[in-house]
Design a protein around this ligand. Structure first.
Ligand code: DSN
Length: 402
């Protein structure tokens, strides 16, 4: 055993077990998923795809990767899947390459309004290889008339929806109508809401999307990794070539096995009930903040935003740091039309996917709002806040038992 590394893993496990994890993109993978990631499959090189590999000895990993592909297609109601992307960013890079020439035009939501780095941020490859225009939000919501107007003016080759910090439902059918009108592809990046889609607790991207990208570790509760889905044989050929050999090398078959397990878990009734509870808890916490007089976005999904600058007179950055001191992990987040820079922000993003996996109830989700509000308003002391966090967490499952 590597004592030096294990010391830190133990402390990280303690941190995860004793804290309230509200980062909306995090979750706790099952023992099955974790065991598969630690399996001997990590030993195997398998560049290529099932039945078409560059190395010998792939007959068994072929079966595993094909099971993952088949389960992904069944879960998300589509014909083709590439389960090799190492992350959501690589999935997006490959999807763009499959659908667009270099310099192609993409219409998306800017990062500051809830989009993602790979949706055209100046610090991401995306804005260096493609031309972006961004649709604005109206009153913090997507406004399909504005998006349509912009699409008619910009004439994108691809319209992109699916976000990192958007708390409301997305109308994929309406997006498809707009994409059809301007002869553009529709791409859905469902990374955040993949679990909700799997549980049919959010409208489904197919049959409207041409390509769907995702991660597998957020609400879907699988291993850290990416996924690409589509219904068109020509498009999947281009996607496969974009992942390997263009962007990636050997696939991580141990992670692909874990993805297959997570797709299977996501088909169960237990998972559907879990996602329902995630939505109930998220709404309960958001509603409670509103009752306490805090500016909250409201929510239709697994996350919401609060305006900590208006409500407590502190930046998102300072709120994040303060909450970490009492064992609550969140992340600072820009709000639509935020006047503060991304390094500070006026907002905090809060999600309930992770704590619901541990057993957080609706009442406890409301208590989470009370603790955060009391501590940031300074009506409870740091010691009181720490004790309340400890009491709350003590009723939850340990992460190694999930
Ligand atoms: N980093 C992820 C998130 O927190 O939303 C997006 O990739």
């Amino acid at each position: 055993m590597d004592q030096e590394l294990n010391k830190w893993i133990f402390l990280e496990q303690e941190r995860q077990n004793t804290g309230i994890e509200l980062i909306a993109s995090e979750n706790y993978a099952s023992q099955e998923v974790r065991n598969l990631m630690a399996s001997i499959l990590t030993n195997k090189y398998a560049e290529g795809y099932p039945g078409k590999r560059y190395y010998g000895g792939c007959e068994f990993v072929d079966k595993i990767e094909q099971i993952a592909i088949d389960r992904a297609c069944k879960l998300f109601h589509c014909n083709y899947a590439n389960v090799q992307p190492h992350s959501g960013s690589q999935a997006n890079a490959a999807a763009y390459r499959a659908l667009l020439p270099e310099g192609g035009k993409i219409l998306s939501l800017v990062l500051n309004d809830g989009g993602h780095l790979t949706h055209g941020s100046p610090v991401s490859f995306s804005s260096h290889l493609y031309q972006f225009a961004f649709y604005p939000l109206k009153d913090s919501h997507l406004n399909y008339q504005i998006i349509e107007q912009l699409a008619l003016e910009f004439k994108p080759d691809l319209i992109l929806c699916g976000y990192s910090a958007y708390p409301y439902e997305i109308d994929f059918r309406r997006f498809k109508e707009i994409a059809t009108k301007v002869d553009a592809y529709l791409m859905v990046d469902m990374a955040h809401i993949a679990g909700l889609i799997a549980a049919e607790e959010h409208p489904l991207p197919f049959p409207y999307a041409d390509v769907v990208t995702s991660t597998t570790h957020k609400t879907l509760r699988g291993p850290r990794g990416g996924l690409i889905l589509c219904n068109d044989e020509e498009i999947i050929k281009k996607i496969n070539a974009a992942i390997f050999p263009f962007y990636q090398g050997g696939p991580l078959e141990h992670v692909i096995a874990a993805k297959a397990a997570c797709f299977s878990e996501a088909m169960t009734d237990e998972f559907k009930q879990y996602i329902k509870r995630v939505k109930i808890n998220t709404k309960a916490c958001s509603d409670r903040f509103e009752k306490l007089g805090v500016k909250a976005s409201g929510t239709d999904n697994h996350l919401f935003l609060i305006n900590v600058m208006d409500s407590y007179g502190i930046t998102g950055k300072d709120a994040q740091i303060a909450l970490e001191e009492i064992g609550i992990t969140t992340n600072k987040n820009m709000l639509p039309n935020d006047i503060l820079p991304p390094s500070k922000t006026s907002g905090l993003r809060i999600g309930f996917a992770a704590v619901t996996t541990r057993g957080c109830t609706k009442d406890q989700a409301e208590q989470v709002a009370d603790i955060i509000d009391g501590y940031l308003r300074k009506t409870i002391t740091i010691e009181q806040a720490k004790t309340l966090v400890k009491e709350l967490v003590s009723s939850w499952k340990l992460i190694q038992d999930i």
